[in-house]
Design a protein. Structure first.
Length: 106
């Protein structure tokens, strides 16, 4: 169950990351409120994952999902550039996440 909470936390973290720019420096109240709710939600889900997963593993996977998701959605939604210099590090992060899952004691 901890891995499901961690996956959910990572997905909400991606939404949080993408919700920051629309706040325009936290000057737009509705967007700012959504941003804070998503940030708190991702941490809340992470705390549930930490009930059964080691902190180091959970946090590394959590931030990895956030990074990979933000870059991927940046490419797909916002037209960010697709280069080997971006894709190779993302592939390495994904490999690290998979390795942590495979070799985790939990």
């Amino acid at each position: 169950m901890g891995w499901l909470f961690l996956l959910a936390a990572g997905c909400v973290e991606v939404a949080f990351a993408l919700s920051i720019e629309p706040t325009k420096g936290f000057t737009r109240p509705l967007q700012t409120g959504l941003c804070f709710v998503l940030g708190a939600g991702s941490i809340y889900l992470l705390t549930h994952a930490l009930k059964t997963l080691p902190i180091g593993t959970a946090y590394a996977v959590f931030t990895g999902i956030g990074a990979v998701g933000a870059v991927t959605l940046g490419i797909v939604i916002f037209g960010d550039p697709v280069t080997l210099g971006r894709l190779i590090p993302i592939a390495l992060i994904v490999a690290g996440i998979v390795a942590l899952r495979l070799f985790s004691a939990a």
